[in-house]
Design a protein around this ligand. Structure first.
Ligand code: NAD
Ligand code: TYD
Length: 368
């Protein structure tokens, strides 16, 4: 294998989701990439083609193709590999929210584990011992479990997942790794920390808090609010994925992190302050006469999430040293950009909040 890789047709699974759609946009900006992108997504509640409107406009039908399909549909996957001559996979498609996995783990097993198995089997059959191809599996730092006050996750930290979500991702990682060792499938895995930024579905901490605050709703903090996550701006995650796609060694795992550890409560306070500067409650119609003067008055402490991991922190020296990656934004810059993005994208927010994006889809892409 010579580097950089030169894929002609990249299959992105879950490309209509938060990170997948940001990644597709970034791939078209990658000067090393001249090929086509096939976005394969079955459009669950988290998939929204509105995220890719300008990609469809600029590249649709020439370098960008959307295929509505589930990753468990082997027949359709086979046809798609064949029709587009797929020689690289970047596998994002997953159920991604810990709280949903606690309420209903079944979908997580089907999509994250069985679905990854189905992707691996399809790639193995289609590629038939080729070595100039790559199966890149996108995973999470949550597979490593929870840390105490000290220490970091390294690539060789033993897996100890605690939620159905992280257990399903850990299981998928093991399958991907096994396909390298057993069948020689050229695979790469990356395990990233918590992402935030434009187009994130408002069930995750940061967009949920921004939108609840703007709508004058409570800001629910689980437990004591002192759980720590390591936050990375989504475009910095995408620049790491681009680097790994082009230069990552087959069989290797790379940790990706922001080196930005924050307690949840501090993040929510910071969001409230940024909103206070940009859109004070007295100018926000949603507030009416409810007497709230500062967004932080909306904070409420609620019952803790079961099995709530206390702290995540990622060591990403391997990626930095071997592939020369580094993040471009500080957490403060990324958070400001993110708040601004949600303030500036009222239509997107309304479509998501009201479920209108389904009718937007029908209108723009025809009934599915
Ligand atoms: P997301 O929930 O926003 O998007 C998931 C996408 O996958 C959606 O477009 C959905 O329609 C699609 N999908 C779900 N099931 C499918 C199926 N059976 N067939 C085809 N498509 C299907 O998720 P995200 O936050 O963008 O995360 C993407 C990936 O990155 C996931 O694998 C996740 O585990 C991983 N990851 C996420 C984070 C984070 O902070 N969000 C951090 C590290 C790793
Ligand atoms: P989340 O965005 O769901 O990501 P993950 O569970 O994958 O880390 O949650 C981030 C942190 O924020 C986590 O410690 C749980 C906490 N949290 C709240 O306190 N309140 C909320 O409403 C949500 C969604 C999360």
């Amino acid at each position: 294998m010579t580097f950089p890789r030169n894929p002609k047709a990249v299959l992105v699974t879950g490309g209509a989701g938060f990170i997948g759609s940001n990644f597709i946009r970034s791939l078209f900006k990658n000067e090393l990439f001249k090929g086509v992108v096939v976005n394969l997504d079955c459009l669950t509640y988290a998939g929204n083609l509105e995220n890719l409107e300008e990609v469809e406009r600029d590249f649709g039908g020439e370098r960008y193709f959307f295929e509505k399909a589930g990753i468990n549909d082997r027949d359709l996957l086979e046809q798609i590999f064949d029709r587009h001559g797929i020689d690289a996979v970047v596998h994002f498609a997953a159920e991604s929210h810990v709280d949903r996995s606690i309420h209903g783990p079944g979908e997580f097993i089907q999509t994250n584990i069985v679905g990854t198995f189905s992707m691996l089997e399809t790639a193995r059959a289609a590629w038939n011992d080729r070595r100039d191809v790559v199966f890149y599996h996108i995973s999470t730092d949550e597979v490593y479990g929870s840390l105490g006050d000290e220490g970091h996750f390294f690539e060789n930290t033993p897996y100890a997942p605690n939620s159905p979500y992280s257990a399903s991702k850990a299981s998928a990682d093991h399958l991907v790794r096994a396909y390298f060792h057993t069948y020689g499938l050229p695979v790469v895995i990356s395990n990233c920390s918590n992402n935030y930024g434009p187009y994130q579905f408002p069930e995750k901490l940061i967009p949920l808090m921004i939108l609840n605050a703007l709508e004058g709703k409570h800001l629910p903090i689980y437990g004591d609010g002192k759980n720590v996550r390591d936050w990375l701006f989504v475009e910095d995650h995408c620049s790491a994925i681009n680097r790994i796609l082009m230069y990552g060694e087959a069989g290797e795992t790379y940790n990706i992190g922001g080196e930005n550890e924050r307690q949840n409560i501090d993040i929510v306070h910071r969001i409230c302050e940024i909103l206070q500067e940009n859109c004070p409650p007295e100018k926000n119609d949603a507030f009416g006469q409810n007497g709230i003067r500062h967004y932080r008055d909306l904070i409420v402490y609620v019952k803790d999430r079961p099995g709530h991991d206390r702290r995540y922190a990622v060591n990403c020296d391997k990626l930095k040293e071997s592939l020369g990656w580094s993040p471009s934004l500080t957490f403060e810059e990324g958070l400001r950009l993110t708040v601004r993005w949600y303030l500036d994208h009222e239509d997107w927010v309304r479509h998501i909040r009201t479920g209108e994006y389904s009718s937007w889809l029908d209108k723009n892409y025809g009934k599915r």
